[in-house]
Design a protein around this ligand. Structure first.
Ligand code: DAH
Length: 370
């Protein structure tokens, strides 16, 4: 059999395929289970060793040549199809606006606006950092060295390549690297919040591979835990629009803070009109019918982190905190499945979204519809 001629003929037919359907038919004809090339491969088993030695490489070369040609033609046809779509489709931006306003503000955007409004009033600026980070900013500078178990705990998405300085690249697992970037970029004193997307390989009703956090950082002279507690209390009262918010600070551990505290908020268990029991924030969690709910992590910034930020920890101190923004939205606006936040279902958005005209302001009340 003339394998070279068979190959030439197959390649010519592949090159002449006019669309993806025709190409798929050829793939099945050559490489499908009953395809002509697949059947040739099967004949190898029945050959004598000598025959196989001389024929095997030819059949394999034939299969490889056909397979490569199919891939190349597929890429070319797909490219051409995209070009054609781009040339044909258009958006007419001069069309008149709809009679009634359409679309809505996503609850996460709403909460981010509310956070910015509340913290701006306390003198905080909004800082940002890259979502594609390096492991120095995301871990090492935050006192999480290479061997630290917290690195594994974060379920990190890594990129295959390192940057030019040999640092591993990753999708940031928290907003804390913005602490380091802010210190290095602006020096002290600092008062910032850093809201944004973060990524972890995790997914269920309360975890999605992408979610949102807001980081807070204050660096100044003579900062202590009392400042942290007052700031969080003032923020949470404004955010939940209740004066009876009660916090409980629990000793905890984060590599980037020392001491570290986890903050719980008191809630009451109440029976709704539908007979279902709900949690309503407010009041002391130790009171009868009340409980504590974990809300955020925080602490006094670790000396090593202040040093990594290029500042002298004997001169500057500070506190930091990190909160899940989606969780705040769920608590305030009563959603129970986080995955629905990112499905893009317009019915969900119509139900939970906010009017674009409801801009959160402290004077009008930061809550939507106030
Ligand atoms: N980065 C932490 C996390 O993602 C949250 C956090 C805890 C941030 C304590 C802080 C902090 O700034 O002080 O789980």
């Amino acid at each position: 059999m003339d394998y070279a001629a068979t190959r030439e003929e197959a390649l010519a037919r592949i090159a002449a395929a006019q669309d993806l359907d025709a190409l798929e038919k050829l793939r099945v004809e050559f490489l499908g289970k009953q395809g002509s090339v697949s059947l040739l491969l099967k004949t190898l088993g029945a050959m004598s060793p000598e025959e196989r030695r001389s024929t095997g490489p030819q059949i394999h070369a034939l299969r490889e040549g056909v397979s490569d040609a199919l891939t190349a033609r597929k890429t070319a046809l797909e490219g051409a199809a995209l070009e054609a779509r781009l040339a044909n489709e258009s958006v007419d931006l001069t069309l008149p606006a709809p009679e009634a306003p359409r679309g809505s503000i996503h609850p996460v955007s709403q909460v981010l606006d509310e956070l910015a409004e509340i913290f701006a009033d306390l003198g905080f600026a909004v800082a940002t950092g890259p979502e594609i980070e390096d492991d120095w900013h995301n871990f090492t500078a935050l006192n999480i060295p290479e061997s630290h178990p917290a690195r594994a705990m974060h379920d990190t998405f890594y990129f295959p390549d390192s940057d030019t300085e040999g640092r591993r690249m990753l999708l940031r697992t928290h907003t804390s690297p913005v602490q380091i970037r802010s210190m290095l970029e602006q020096g002290a004193p600092i008062r910032i919040i850093a809201p944004g997307r973060v990524y972890r390989s995790d997914s269920d009703a309360t975890h999605t591979p992408m979610f949102h956090q807001v980081e807070g950082l204050v660096i100044d002279k003579g900062i202590h835990l009392g400042h942290l507690k007052w700031t969080l209390e003032t923020f949470l009262k404004a955010f939940f629009e209740r004066d009876d918010i009660v916090l409980r600070l629990r000793p905890s551990y984060f590599p980037f803070t020392e001491p570290s505290v986890e903050v719980d908020v008191g809630f009451a268990q109440v029976n709704g009109a539908d007979g279902k029991s709900r949690r309503v924030l407010g009041g002391c969690g130790d009171a009868p019918g009340h409980g504590w709910m974990e809300l955020l992590g925080s602490g006094m910034v670790n000396r090593k982190v202040i040093e990594a930020g290029g500042l002298d920890p004997d001169e500057w101190q500070g506190f930091a905190f990190g909160i899940g923004v989606d969780r705040l939205a769920m608590l305030k606006y009563g959603m129970d499945d986080l995955r629905a936040f990112f499905d893009g279902d317009v019915r969900w958005l119509a139900h939970y979204g906010f009017s674009a005209f409801d801009v959160p302001t402290l004077s009008a009340g930061v809550g939507a519809g106030a």
